[in-house]
Write a protein that binds this ligand. Sequence first.
Ligand code: PLP
Length: 393
Amino acid sequence: MIDRQESEISTNLPPAPYRLRLPGPTAVPECIRTAMAQPMLAHRGPEFSAILLEVERKLKPIFGTENRILMAAATGTGMMEACLVNVLKAGERILVVVNGQFGERFAAIGRALGVGVDTLEVPWGEAVDPSDIETRVGTHDYRAVVLVHNESSTGIVAELADIGAVLRNRPTLLLVDSVSGLGGVEMRQDEWGVDVVVSASQKALMCPPGLGLASVSQKAWQIVNREDGLPRFYFDFRKYRSEIEEGATPYTSAVSLILGLNEALYMIHDEGIPEVLARHRRISSALRAGCAAIGLANFPTKGRVSNTVCVFRAPAGLDGNTIVRRLYEKHGTVIAGARNKLAGKVIRIGTMGDIREGDILTDLLYIEDVLAELGHKLRRGAGVNAASAVLDS
Ligand code: PLP
C-alpha cells in the first residue's frame, strides 16, 4: 500500500511562496483553473461540440486568420512535427532558419523525418534578414521555409510580414512555430502570408501544457492533401480538418484543456486583443529597463525583441544558473536559464499571459537582492525605479 503520509510528495501543491515566472508554462489564472475543474463532458456530445467551435471562433482573430483551427492533444514540439509531416514528401527539401534552440529543434525534426534539411544559420540573439531567405529560395527548390516566430531561447522575433512577402508568389510554403508568441506577440497569418502556424496552450494562452494548435492556409492545404506525402497517422491534419467541420476532433479531445482555453479566450477578448498585446509590450519593456539599470544586458542584439520572453546576459563572473537557483531557493521565484549553448550565460523570464506590473516589480526586487548577495555591484532600488518609470510613462 502507498501511504500518502509517508510519500515524499504528499500534496500536489507547490511550496509557498512559489512564483512561476518561466517563459512557459506560465501561471494559470484561478478562473481558468476553475473552468477546467468542471465535470467531464462527452467529447462528441453537443455540449462539448459547442464549446470547441466557440474556442475556434475566439482563436481565429488571435491567429489573424479565417482558416479552420486544428486542435490536438500534444505539446508544442508535437505540433512542430505535425506541421512538417503534413507538408513534406520523401525527397523534398526545407530551409530551416536557425537562430536559437527551437530553430535547431525544427531542423532536427526534419532530419528525423528523413527529408532534406538546409539551415540558414543566424547568430543567436539576432533575427533573420528576409533578404537572406530571398537569396536562398532564389537558388534552391525548397518545399518550405521553416522558422520560429518568437525564439524563446534568445528573445528575438522574426519579421514575418517581410518574410511572407518574399514567399507570397512562390510555391514555397512558410511554416512558423509561434508556440511562445501567439497571444502575446502580434500574429496576422492571412495578411502576412504565413502558411502554417503552430502553437500550444501553456504560454501566452495561460493554460496548462498539453493542447496543440495549428492553422493551415489554402496554399498549404493543396500540399497537405497530397496522397504521396510522408506517412502520418495521429497528426494527419486532413482528419482534424474534417472533424472540426463537425465540431469535433478525430481522437478524444483534451476536454478539460479546451474548457480552460475557452475561459482564457474570454479573458483575452474581454480585455481586447490590441490591449493584451500592448500590455505585453509595456510589461516587457519595463522589465528590460529595470534589468538594464542593474547591469543585466539584454541578450538580443539585432532585430525586434520579444514581448513575451526577456533574455538577459548573466553579469561577468556570475553563472546564470546560480542566479536562477538562488531566486528559487530564497524567493520561491522560478525563472529559466538555458539548456543549450547559452547554459550559464543567460537568464530568461516570462512576460506573457496573465502578467501584471506587480509581477515584474517583484521580480526586480528579488533579482536585485540575489545579485547583491552574489556580489554584483548595483544600487538597490535602481531596477524597480527604472521599471516604474517606464510603467508610469
Ligand atoms: N517552440 C518554442 C518557441 C518554445 O518556446 C517551446 C517550448 O518552450 C517549444 C517550441 C516546445 O514546446 P513543448 O515544450 O510544449 O513541446
